[in-house]
Design a protein around this ligand. Sequence first.
Ligand code: KG4
Ligand code: ZN
Length: 370
Amino acid sequence: MQGRAFGKDIFMSMEQKKPGLAVLGIETSCDETAAAIVRREPDGSGTILSNVVRTQFKEHAPYGGVVPEIAARAHVQMLDSLVRAALEQAHLNFRSLSGVAATAGPGLIGGLLVGLVTAKAIALVHDLPLMAVNHLEGHALTVGLTEAVDPPYLLLLVSGGHSQFVQANAPFHYKKLGGTIDDALGEAFDKVAKMLDLGFPGGPAVERFAKDGNPRRFAFPRPLLGRESPDFSFSGLKTAVRQTAMSLAPLGRKDVRDLCASFQAAAADTVRDRLKAAFRLYDASGLPKRFVVAGGVAANAALRTAMQQECEAAGYSFHAPPPGLCGDNGAMIAWAGAQRLAAGLTDSLEAPARARWPLEELTADMLTPA
Ligand code: KG4
Ligand code: ZN
C-alpha cells in the first residue's frame, strides 16, 4: 500500500524527545469507541501510555445486539473527547505523536468511517503518518505489547465475529488454516446469553453463571469432533442449548447456571479438539511451536485453561494478552500501527474503510509491488 514520505526521524517523537514511536490508535469497528496511545521502543518492546474505552453497552442493550446505525452515531458523539482524554492521560499532544492508526476494517462500515476519517484529519492537520489497521491484525499482534512474542506463531482468533486459526508466518504475513462454517464462538456465547436472558454482551455473563453450575448436567454436542481440518461449527451446540432451555422452562437459577456450565464445557472440549487439528496442520510448516489466542473470547478463564493444557501436552508455548486487552480496545490498534510504522508500512489518505477485509488479503497487499 502506498505511503507518504516523512522527513523527520520517525523514531524520535518531536516534543518529548524520547526515543521510540508514540502512536495514537482509534478503534470504532463495532460497539466500542476507543482511543489509546502506545509507545514502541527501538528494541521492539511496547508500553501503553493511555487506553480509553467507552462501551456502547447501554445503547444496544434494549435490542439484544449491536445496531449499526446507533453504533455509528455513538462513535461520532464520543470519539473526539476520547482522543483528547487519551492524549491528556499520556501527557502528550498531537505534535508529540509519531503517527496515527485507525481500524479500517473489517467491521460495521459506518463506525469504521467515523474512526478512519478522524484519523485522516489528524494525520493531515499534524503532518503525521497514517496507518489504516486491519482489526484482526490488531488482535493478532496484541500479545506483543505485553510479552516479547512476535510471529511466527499459530494464532486462534476468537471474537464476536470471528473464529479462525491463522498461521502467522512472519510479521504482517498470515495464512488462514481454518474457520467457522456458521457462528463465531463469541456469537454463540452471546446467543446463549440472550436465550437465557443474561443481558448483552453475553460472554462474560455466561462465564459468571457457569462458575457455579454443573458442567455435566447436560450432554451438549461437541461439533466437528475428530474432523481433520481445523474448522468450527457452533450453531448445533447453540440449538441444543435452546431446545434444552425450552424443555425446562420456566428456568430456575440453578438451571441457568447448569446450562451455562454445560455449554461452556462443550465449547472448551470443542476448542481442545480443534486445537489438536490445528497443531497437526501447523506442525507441517516446521515453524516454532508457539500458540497465541486473541480476541474477546480469549478473556474466558475456562477456555484459556483448556488451551493452556493442550499446549503443554503438545509441546507448544502458550501466550495470550491479559484479559483486559482481549476485547476491542485502542491500544491494540495503536500497537499494530506502531509495528507497521516501524517497518515503514504507512498508508495514504485515500486508504478505504472495508467492511470485509480477511487477513489473507492483507498479506496479498503486502506481496503486491506498489
Ligand atoms: O474482540 P471483541 O471485543 O469484538 C469483536 O471483534 O467481535 O469480542 C467480543 C466477543 C463477544 O461475543 C463477547 O461475548 C465475547 O467476545 N466475550 C467472551 C468473554 N468476554 C468477551 N466470551 C466468553 N467469555 C468471556 N469472558
Ligand atoms: Zn475485535
